[in-house]
Structure formats: C-alpha cells, structure tokens
Design a protein around this ligand. Structure first.
Ligand SMILES: Nc1ncnc2c1ncn2[C@@H]1O[C@H](COP(=O)(O)OP(=O)(O)OP(=O)(O)O)[C@@H](O)[C@H]1O
Length: 347
C-alpha cells in the first residue's frame, strides 16, 4: 500500500542542514496497521508527513496504492490525497462548525453534493460512536469524542489509508484504549491500512501488526510486533523495550541489595526471556547442572501477539564458586541478564 524508496528529507542548508530522514525505504502492506516509533527528533513526524506529501522529500519516491505521488502535478496530487485520511494529536477541528459540519468539510471541498454528504454522515457517526452528537459543538466534547469526530472526518472521503500522527498522545489511558479499539475496528471492517506514529509502546503493542523503529532519520528495525517485543534486534530497540517492560526490584529487596560480591553473599539477577518455555526449564536445569537453587523473588509474564516475554528477578543460592559459574553460564544463553546486586546469605 505504501512504498517509500530511499526517501531523504533535509531541512535547512549548509552547516545548519538537518537530515530529518536519511535514505528511508519502507513497505507498509495493504490492510495492515504499522507503527513507527523513535525518540524525540528521530524523524517520525517528517516520515508520516512525507507519505501524503505534506512534506516533500528532498529525494526519493513515495508511492501509495501503486501511484508515485512524488511525480504527480498539484491537481492530481490533491485528488490522490482523497485516498489518504489523516488524524492529529490535537484533533484540528473547526470550533465554528458542529460535529456534522466538521465531518462534511472535506466532502464540501471535494464538491460532493449536499444530499450525498448527508447520506454519508450518519453511517460515519454510527461507526465512530457519535450517534446523537451530530449537532454538538467541538467545545462541548471530550478529547476522546473530538478524536472520534476527527476520525469520522478523515474517513469521509472513503480513503484506503489512514495516517495517525500521535493520535492518542493527548488522551488519558482509558480514552486511548477506546480510540485504539475504534481504529482496530475500522481496520477490520473497512480493510483500511493504518500507519501511525507514536512514542507509546502500549499503542504499538495493542494494535500494530508491524513496527518500524526510527533513529536519527534512519529505520534501524522493521519487524512484526511480536518479533520486535520478544527479539528486538538493535540496542535502541532493546532500550525501548526495557523502559516499557519494567520489573524494578521491590522496596524490601532494594534495602537488602549490596553492590559488592562476597563469599557469604548470593547474586540477585534480573533475567529477560524471549520465550517462556526457556524460563520454565531454566530453574531446574541450573539446579541440576550447578547444584544451586534459583529463588524467584519477582516475575512478570507478558504476551504480545502470540509471543511470550518473561521477566524474572531471582536469587542464585549456592557457594560463591558455583554461583559465579552460573552467572557465566547465563551470559551464554539467549536471554538478557542483569546483575542487580548481592544479598547476605542466611544460614
Ligand atoms: N520544518 C522544519 N525545519 C527545520 N527542521 C525541522 C523541521 N521539521 C523537523 N525538523 C527537524 O528534523 C528532525 C526530525 O524532526 P521530527 O519532528 O520529524 O521528529 P519526531 O521524531 O517527530 O520528533 P517528536 O517526537 O519530538 O515530534 C528534528 O531534528 C527536527 O528539529
């Protein structure tokens, strides 16, 4: 549906030039929901704005549904944009128009007849859960309702693609969840392709089929969501995930943790598994192989798109010589190991 080929966008010139996108190639399959994540300034907004040419790439091609938008004349581009809806963080509604008036606006600009506009609006209100609010003014609506109006307006021209620019960032968690459910329903019911940018991993986890990670204008990972959450390929991907999937040591454990190892102390480790079956067999394997015990102090299991991810904080109980061997062995396994500290032995 979307094909970006070697897209570069440079702002400014000479020494002040900023390469917001640097040779980005990305394929977004029709009917999918793809999320683009990245730290602030990574180029997310520039990327999404390049898809409908609100931002024109300095070089490279942008194709949507087989049409190379970068080669179109302005009039043809305006027509092609009818197939691309967009919603924004701050909704961008016209306060001087009612809900119905806001949804009608793009259709009026397209020259759709008044009766056709009216015929389209009621189903859109129903789809977006706004039935009965057609004559309300934006100022009287909640944030979630405003975003629903913006979604209905974006769908009015019957687009094939919806671009979402931080669409839930201004909403509380409960409203975010309801808007994400609506986006997924629209994706299911209308087969609409969705490309969204977000800084919230929860959004990616909830609705995205695929995720692309941008860093300094380049795509450094692009994978199925389950794959990304369980096996991020880059250091930055792992860091995103670690910030999201926290398992901090409890307060009582923190009070017992000592930084230095000693003969009468046991190491405490935080392990991140990318496969829960590995987690289940690890404890018994270690116990048998090294004659130690693994006391699980805290754990968290998450399922993301059919893949399981586990975090565990465990105390390795045994003589120092053997616990050292266990730590060395853990580093050779397919899991992330972090030594949190050491606790005094009780015997
Ligand atoms: N119109 C512009 N003029 C000059 N520089 C710009 C312009 N728009 C973006 N940039 C620069 O391009 C880089 C990428 O910006 P962009 O807004 O795309 O990042 P982002 O990932 O969306 O960031 P954020 O999450 O903070 O919105 C940044 O260094 C930014 O300062």
């Amino acid at each position: 549906m979307i094909q970006l080929d070697n897209v570069t966008r440079i702002f400014g010139q000479g020494t002040a030039a900023v390469r917001a996108l640097d040779d980005v190639s990305l394929h977004v399959p029709a009917g999918s929901i793809t999320g683009v994540i990245g730290t602030s300034g990574a180029g997310k907004s520039t990327l999404i704005r390049c898809v409908n040419l609100l931002e024109r790439p300095t070089s490279g091609c942008v194709s949507v549904d087989g049409t190379d938008l970068t080669s179109l004349a302005e009039r043809d581009l305006r027509r092609a944009r009818h197939d691309i809806g967009m919603i924004f963080q701050h909704f961008n509604l016209l306060n001087s128009r009612t809900v119905r008036g806001n949804i009608a606006l793009p259709l009026e600009l397209m020259g759709v007849t008044r009766s056709d506009i009216q015929a389209r609006i009621d189903p859109l209100l129903e789809l977006t859960g706004l039935s009965g609010r057609a004559d309300a003014w934006p100022a009287t609506l909640s944030g979630g309702q405003k975003q629903r109006v913006a979604i209905a307006r974006a769908l009015a021209s019957r687009p094939k693609l919806l671009l979402c620019d931080e669409a839930t960032s201004a909403l509380d968690p409960q409203t975010t969840a309801s808007i994400l459910t609506l986006l997924r329903d629209i994706n299911d019911q209308l087969g609409l392709t969705i490309l969204l940018i977000t800084h919230e991993m929860e959004v990616v986890r909830n609705i995205c089929d695929r995720v692309a990670l941008l860093s300094e204008g380049r795509i450094i990972e692009h994978a199925a969501t389950g794959e990304f959450f369980t096996r991020p390929a880059s250091t930055e991907g792992r860091s995103f995930l670690n910030d999201y999937l926290e398992l901090p040591p409890s307060r009582s454990l923190q009070q017992r943790l000592l930084s230095e190892p000693a003969e009468d102390r046991h190491p405490v480790v935080r392990l991140t598994f990318h496969d829960d079956s590995a987690a289940r067999v690890l404890a018994s394997n270690l116990a048998r192989r090294f004659d130690v015990d693994l006391a699980i102090l805290q754990s968290r299991i998450e399922e993301v798109r059919g893949r399981t991810l586990g975090l565990m904080i465990a105390e390795i109980i045994g003589p120092a010589s053997r616990t050292r061997q266990v730590l060395e062995h853990l580093h050779t396994l397919e899991l992330d190991v972090e030594i949190l500290g050491h606790v005094q032995r009780h015997d």
